[in-house]
Design a protein. Structure first.
Length: 113
């Protein structure tokens, strides 16, 4: 996956709202072309979180990629904290427990393969 000018324009499709988590799904074929992936992902979603918002712990059947576009996220994977900022991508192996917290108003792409 490459973060290109077109990917950065995704941030224009969704806005951070006070005390909310917002999301926009991309069609798998669009996500494949835009992110220059080898195959279509099972799921591709752009998220916008206000500062302090969290996504509760989850375990997914597929591998997950988080690509930061704006702001900062703390992602806890199997008890280990990772701090993400724009340009950073984190891989989370399938069946790994993880949760997220927005340290700033944040936008990121979540990709499940």
């Amino acid at each position: 996956m490459r973060i290109t000018e077109d990917v950065l324009r995704l941030t224009e499709r969704i806005q951070v709202a006070k005390h909310q988590i917002r999301s926009r799904s991309l069609e798998p074929s669009d996500a494949r072309a835009l992110l220059q992936l080898e195959s279509e992902p099972e799921e591709c979603v752009v998220y916008a979180l206000d500062q302090g918002e969290t996504i509760s712990a989850e375990i997914l059947p597929g591998h997950k990629w988080i690509a930061m576009l704006e702001g900062r996220l703390r992602v806890r994977v199997e008890g280990e904290d990772h701090l993400l900022s724009p340009g950073i991508t984190l891989f989370i192996a399938k069946q790994s427990w993880h949760e997220l917290e927005a340290l700033d108003s944040s936008k990121y792409i979540h990709i499940i393969t």
